[in-house]
Structures are given as structure tokens and as C-alpha cells.
Design a protein around this ligand. Structure first.
Ligand code: NAD
Ligand code: MG
Length: 387
């Protein structure tokens, strides 16, 4: 019996790591469909490599290039939003949701169907529409399995324990490239410096989010929805070695933790494996003696204001996380394009949140409502940035 998989974001950083895991277990998995953004040659290569029956690109104008790249393969293809949804409708036991950003929201929500599990990397789905998303999953009886390394480690550390016995869940953060930099030096840093992540190799947006620590803030919100834990029991610890990814503190004083080398193939393999089973990744063993020391420190909200903004969004509830996420995506894109300095990201996000939050008290009841609020927040951010 093989597990049937659909890979959303098959050409990205997570998608490539997932394909590496799958390639080692050809007999365990059948990939039915793959989805990408706009890179036709890359998606065609992913489809050929995995033996998918269908390949879809979100960018409708890329269809001729995709047809060309797949010619002779017998793999069906399409492009545009309809094609992406067609891919999502293919048969699957598990869907890997690894599209970057809010673009992943609709396809990931559409992937929630009875009889499947969702291996979720696209944290923006939960940040933007967490309540609606988890409700839809629960109604369909669909398990949401965390791929994000911290949440995957937390799920493993939680095991079958009762949430009522948990006093805290702690997500670790590497601290990013600017962990030891002064506020003045960080203020002058450009996209090049912000893109040099010390431990992880990831997509562009999540890499900048790691430099601002917004990524950790989004992950707190993600953890809130995934585990159903309130803000008071969620916290962040900076841990530069990125070996301990998540810790669960219990009422009796015990702490259980999830450790692994910083390689996304570890949480991906855990999420893709049938429940209770483990897949070989052939990664080197974690050599703690060679690492020798693990250190921890409190996050500095003065130098990393984005983390504080995300904490405020989590505490505020309603549509605050939706607005924060949308404003952040636009501000990060502006930073990457050289239109905004590093602290301009936090300033823009704060401005848009303070202008919109009061009139958006309700958490979006469904994905379309979340996307409508998201669109308003984006427009306001662009306007504020003169874009
Ligand atoms: P990436 O930019 O490397 O890849 C994104 C993928 O999404 C690509 O396959 C791209 O073609 C596809 N895509 C982009 N726009 C699309 C659209 N409109 N429709 C369909 N597909 C589209 O990003 P990544 O680093 O792989 O991250 C993917 C998700 O996983 C993000 O939500 C990120 O926060 C999360 N995540 C990533 C890492 C990591 O180590 N890379 C770790 C934890 C969580
Ligand atoms: Mg993470």
C-alpha cells in the first residue's frame, strides 16, 4: 500500500526537501499531482521526477511553457487558479501544503477533504484564517500535521499528553543573522545581509521574516491555532544553535523537547510518514558531543519589534493576525525590492494594524472573508508605502 500525495509548492524549498524524502521511499509514496507558482521548467522537472499524473501552475500565462516542458511525458497539465484547484481534487491520502505566503490560503483550504491529512508548511494559512481553517479541518475529520520545525517538534514532545497538563509551549528561534548586531547596525542592513540565515536555507520571504523575528511571531499564532493553546501559555526562546526546536513544560515540572539537526527533511519525514511510523532520511546522526553547548536567551523586542507586533496580534485576536500577516507580506516585498529599510517593515505593519484593527473585531469566519480583509490590509500598506 502506497500513500498517495499531492505536493502544493513542489518547486520551493520545502517542496524540494519533501521530494528528497519521497525519492528515498519510492515504494511508500505515489505522487498524484504537483503544484507550483510560475516556473514551468522546475514544475515539469518535479512532475517527471515524482511520476505525478498532473501538474498545475498558478500563473495562467505559463501554460505554453509547461506544455512544452512536459511534452512526451504523458503528464497532464494546466495553469491558472482553476488548474490549481483541479490538482487539489486529485486522489490523495495526504496533501503537503507548502506554497509560500497567503497565496497558499485558497488551495490549502480546498485541500481539506474527508479521508485526507494535511501536512502544513504554509503557516500563513493559519495566521490569516486560523479559526476558520481549523474548524473546516475538524468538521471534515482531517488531521493537520505540522511541518514547520518548531510545531513538529512540539507535536512530538506533546505526544499523547493532555493539553490541560501543559503549562507552556516554547518555540525556539535561531535569532537570525542580526542576533548579535546593534540596533544601529540592523537599521542600516539591506536585503543581502538579512538573507544570510545562520542555520537554515529557506525561501526568500521566510528568510527575511527570520531576520525580523516576524517568523517567530507568525509561528506563535500558528501554534495557538494548531494546538488550541492561549497566548499566556506560548513563549519564545532564542537558541542560536537551532537544535532544540520546541519544548513542552508540564505541570509536574517536567519538560519534554524535540531536537534535531536544522534540516527540514526531519519534520517533513515525520509529517509524511503513516502515523506511528518513522522514515529513514539517511541524515547524519545528531552529534551533541560535537555541538558541545546549547545556549538560550530571551528575545529582544527592542531590536526585533516585529515579534512584539505579532504577540500583540495574537493577544488582540479577531482579524488582527490576518491584518498583520498581509501588511508584513507587502512590507517584506518592499524591503526585498529596496524600497524600505529594515525597521520600515515593523513601522509599516504597526501603522496598518493600528488603522484597521479597531474596525475588524471578528476573526474571519471563512477563507474568503480572511482574503477580503487581507486585500484591504495590502492595499493600505501599499498606499502607506506609496507603491
Ligand atoms: P519557496 O518560496 O521556496 O517556495 C514556494 C513554493 O510555492 C514554490 O513551489 C512556488 O512555485 C509556489 N508558489 C508561489 N506562489 C504560488 C501561487 N500563487 N500558487 C501556487 N504555488 C505558488 O518557499 P518555502 O521556503 O518552501 O516556504 C513554503 C512555506 O513553508 C511558507 O509558508 C513558509 O513559511 C513555510 N516554511 C518554510 C520553511 C523552510 O525551511 N523553507 C520552514 C518552515 C515553514
Ligand atoms: Mg519554523
Amino acid at each position: 500500500m502506497t500513500r498517495k500525495l499531492i505536493l502544493l509548492g513542489a518547486t520551493g524549498s520545502i517542496g524540494r526537501s519533501a521530494r528528497d524524502v519521497i525519492a528515498r521511499h519510492r515504494d511508500a509514496f505515489t505522487v498524484t499531482a504537483v503544484v507550483g507558482g510560475s516556473d514551468a521548467p522546475a514544475l515539469a522537472a518535479a512532475a517527471r521526477e515524482t511520476g505525478a499524473r498532473y501538474a498545475a501552475l498558478a500563473d495562467g500565462s505559463a501554460l505554453p511553457a509547461l506544455r512544452e516542458a512536459l511534452s512526451g511525458s504523458g503528464i497532464a497539465c494546466g495553469a491558472g487558479e482553476g488548474a490549481v484547484l483541479e490538482a487539489v481534487a486529485y486522489e490523495a491520502d495526504l496533501v503537503l501544503a507548502a506554497i509560500a505566503g497567503t497565496a497558499g490560503l485558497r488551495p490549502t483550504a480546498a485541500a481539506i477533504r474527508p479521508g485526507r491529512a494535511i501536512a502544513l508548511a504554509n503557516k500563513e494559512s493559519l495566521v490569516s484564517a486560523g479559526a476558520a481553517f481549523m474548524q473546516a479541518a475538524s468538521r471534515a475529520g482531517v488531521a493537520v500535521l505540522p511541518v514547520d520545525s518548531e510545531h513538529n517538534a512540539l507535536a512530538q514532545a506533546l505526544g499523547n499528553g493532555a493539553l490541560g497538563d501543559v503549562t507552556a509551549m516554547t518555540l525556539t528561534a535561531s535569532g537570525g543573522p542580526f542576533r548579535t548586531w546593534s540596533r544601529e547596525a540592523i537599521a542600516a542592513a539591506g536585503p543581502q545581509q538579512a538573507s544570510k540565515h545562520p542555520n537554515w536555507s529557506m525561501g526568500a520571504k521566510v528568510t527575511i521574516d527570520s531576520a525580523t523575528l516576524m517568523n517567530k511571531g507568525l509561528e506563535l499564532i500558528e501554534a495557538h491555532y494548531l494546538f488550541g493553546l492561549e497566548a499566556a501559555r506560548l513563549d519564545v526562546l532564542v537558541h542560536p544553535q537551532s537544535i532544540v526546536h520546541g519544548l513542552v513544560s508540564w505541570r509536574d515540572g517536567a519538560v519534554t523537547a524535540g531536537l534535531a539537526a536544522p534540516d527540514m527533511r526531519v519534520p517533513i519525514a515525520h509529517a509524511l510518514a503513516p502515523q506511528g511510523m518513522r522514515l529513514d532520511t539517511a541524515l547524519p546522526r545528531l552529534d551533541l558531543a560535537a555541538i558541545a553547548a546549547l545556549s538560550f536567551e530571551k528575545p529582544d523586542l527592542e531590536r526585533f519589534p516585529c515579534l512584539g507586533l505579532a504577540m500583540a496580534a495574537l493577544a488582540g485576536g479577531g482579524a488582527h493576525p490576518t491584518i498583520l500577516n498581509a501588511a508584513n507580506e507587502i512590507a517584506v516585498a518592499a524591503f526585498i525590492a529596496g524600497r524600505l529599510d529594515f525597521y520600515g517593515i515593523a513601522v509599516s505593519v504597526e501603522k496598518v494594524c493600528s488603522r484597521m484593527v479597531a474596525s475588524e473585531r471578528e476573526a474571519p469566519a471563512d477563507v474568503e472573508t480572511a482574503l477580503a480583509i487581507d486585500a484591504r490590509a495590502r492595499a493600505l500598506t501599499r498606499e502607506a508605502l506609496g507603491m
